[in-house]
Design a protein around this ligand. Structure first.
Ligand SMILES: Nc1ncnc2c1ncn2[C@@H]1O[C@H](COP(=O)(O)OP(=O)(O)OP(=O)(O)O)[C@@H](O)[C@H]1O
Ligand SMILES: [Mg+2]
Length: 262
């Protein structure tokens, strides 16, 4: 599905502010894998997503999607097959537009020349899609009226409607209260299964990372320092994960324990 080879991203190269955010990362993800990404603040998780989505150019390395080199493919073209959801619930939807107008935009994404207009048949379809998130009677409401949790659920639905092959979730439940976070996580699981998506999900919640998905990677200082899947992942516990991190870092890290939400 996606092959990252020797990715490096250096911000402000050659200056006093030089920062190697990603340092020689290689990662092959097969179709259907659901990869949780953990690591302390500044370890390079979001930068890795920015490289995969094409938001930032690489300093070095290559990216292939289904064996096609996309290293130089611009972000808007990659967006046709790579969906992305951020922590901030306001980022994926337009507040001053109605739910149905947001949805029509999502459903026509990637179909440049084809105009699909909003008719009753479309409305019926949208209504059905909105049932699992309890918004089937709110088609005409402006998105700005929704709560953070509702808005993130709609973002998720809209992302899935645009038929991506791969979705990148960057702490997409972190800004929500625990109940809404659970709802959005359940929806995430539902859509991933139904649409057979491949997913990368950044989380600071180790428990989530252990329970969710088929593979877990841990990043530290721009590198992948742990990569487990299958049976090995199933056997993981939070304590074990902390111990592995401690051994790799070979130091006490009480501050990081907090950051990782242990
Ligand atoms: N646009 C940018 N310009 C300069 N430096 C950046 C930029 N984006 C990220 N960095 C730096 O790269 C490093 C990795 O940042 P990144 O945002 O990828 O971390 P992260 O693992 O997502 O952290 P967090 O858990 O806090 O979200 C940090 O030192 C950060 O300051
Ligand atoms: Mg981040």
């Amino acid at each position: 599905m996606i092959k990252l080879e020797n990715l490096t991203k250096v911000f402000y190269p050659g200056t006093v502010n030089e920062k190697i955010a990603i340092n020689g990362v290689s990662l092959h993800i097969e179709e259907g894998e659901i990869v949780c990404v953990i690591g302390s603040n500044g370890s390079g998780k979001s930068t890795l997503f920015n490289l995969i989505s094409g938001t930032y150019p690489l300093t070095n390395g290559t990216i292939a999607f289904n064996d096609i080199d996309i290293t130089k493919t611009p972000e808007y073209k990659r967006a046709k097959y790579i969906g992305r959801i951020f922590q901030d619930p306001t980022m994926g939807t337009a507040a001053n537009m109605s739910i149905e107008d947001n949805m029509i935009t999502a459903s026509t994404k990637g179909m440049k020349s084809l105009k699909i207009s909003l008719n009753n048949e479309k409305r019926k379809q949208f209504k059905e899609l909105l049932i699992p998130i309890g918004m089937e009677n709110r088609l005409k409401d402006n998105v700005g009226l929704l709560s953070g949790g509702q808005r993130q659920a709609l973002t998720l639905l809209m992302t899935v409607m645009s038929n991506p092959k791969l979705i990148l979730l960057d702490e997409h439940t972190a800004a929500l209260d625990p109940r809404n976070a659970d709802i959005v996580m359940d929806l995430t699981q539902k859509y991933i299964v139904e649409k057979k998506l491949t997913a990368l999900m950044i989380t600071h919640n180790m428990k989530f990372a252990i329970e969710f998905g088929t593979r877990l990677i841990m990043m530290d200082e721009g590198k992948i320092i742990l990569d487990v899947k299958g049976e090995e992942k199933k056997k993981l516990t939070v304590d074990k994960l902390v111990e592995i991190f401690r051994n790799i870092k070979n130091e006490e890290f009480s501050a990081d324990e907090e950051l990782l939400n242990v």
